[in-house]
Write a protein that binds this ligand. Structure first.
Ligand code: PGA
Length: 262
């Protein structure tokens, strides 16, 4: 159990709740269920079209808003992209950068993601920086190499003082409940040992690179997290919260993951 860092939980809705009306409804339910909870930080990342209205609906509550992605330029001729300015306008505090679906399905490179990280920080939007290896990479013994490379390039040029505005989300690709990311393999959550080993490795890398700041930055686990497996995962020293897909789509299943932190 980590005793020095505040736990942080995020609901990544992906494109699972595509309409504004439904997004607002579920966001309100989550905000209401959270009430005045102060012991953990909680955010939801609705689809881009719903960002503004969900932002309005949860404004003043303890539930915070995140965008799922952004472009690395503020504006310009970039068909289909979302600007950091729109994210701020919606009142979002966070943006997810480098989710495996963006890296692996939409081919975003480490260098693209580094530009996004820097632009978000320049604009005062906090970054949830996602990393993780595939099943094949794990089989090949590349867990350390892949995750460290994603950190090294993704956080290039980031200064010690920026670290308080960054959260790392370690999401092993093979644990993410997504058949497009994991064709033909059995998707399962990481075991406590697998998650803990990688989180410890990430913490060591951060501490070596950023000194003390590397010890205060939070590291979320993501990949098939739900109430049934969260307690054991969250009991580990370097697992400081969760990034949750499927189980965040309903207030009930989402809140159940961290209600013991009340
Ligand atoms: P999952 O998704 O909880 O549905 O596995 C997690 C994520 O991709 O952030």
């Amino acid at each position: 159990m980590n005793t020095s860092r505040k736990y942080i939980f995020g609901g990544n809705w992906k494109l699972q709740i595509p309409t504004v009306a439904e997004s607002v409804k579920i966001a309100r339910e989550i905000a209401e269920a959270l009430g005045e909870l102060e012991t953990v930080d909680v955010f939801i990342a609705p689809s881009a079209n719903a960002l503004l209205e969900v932002g309005k609906a949860i404004s003043g509550s303890k539930l915070k808003l995140a965008a799922q992605n952004m472009h690395y330029f503020e504006k310009g001729a970039f068909t289909g992209e979302l600007s950091v300015l729109a994210i701020k306008e919606a009142g979002a505090e966070y943006v997810l950068i480098g989710h495996s679906e963006r890296r692996r399905i939409f081919q975003e490179t480490d260098e693209d993601l580094n530009k996004k990280v820097k632009l978000a920080l320049e604009h005062g939007v906090k970054v949830i920086f996602c990393i993780g290896e595939t099943a094949r990479e794990r089989e090949n013994g590349q867990v350390k190499e892949i995750n460290e490379k994603q950190l090294e390039i993704g956080l290039m040029g980031v200064e010690h003082k920026d670290l308080e505005n960054i959260v790392i989300a370690y999401e092993p690709v093979w644990a993410i409940n997504n058949e497009y990311l994991n064709p033909g393999i059995e998707i399962r959550p990481a075991t406590v040992e697998e998650a803990q080993d990688t989180h410890d490795m990430i913490r060591n890398w951060l501490a070596a690179k950023f000194g003390d700041a590397g010890n205060t930055i939070r590291i979320q686990y993501g990949g098939s997290m739900k109430a049934a497996n969260a307690e054991q995962l969250l009991a580990q020293e370097n697992i400081d919260g969760g990034l949750i897909g499927g189980a965040s789509l309903k207030a009930e299943t989402f809140i159940a993951i961290f209600e013991n932190f009340n």
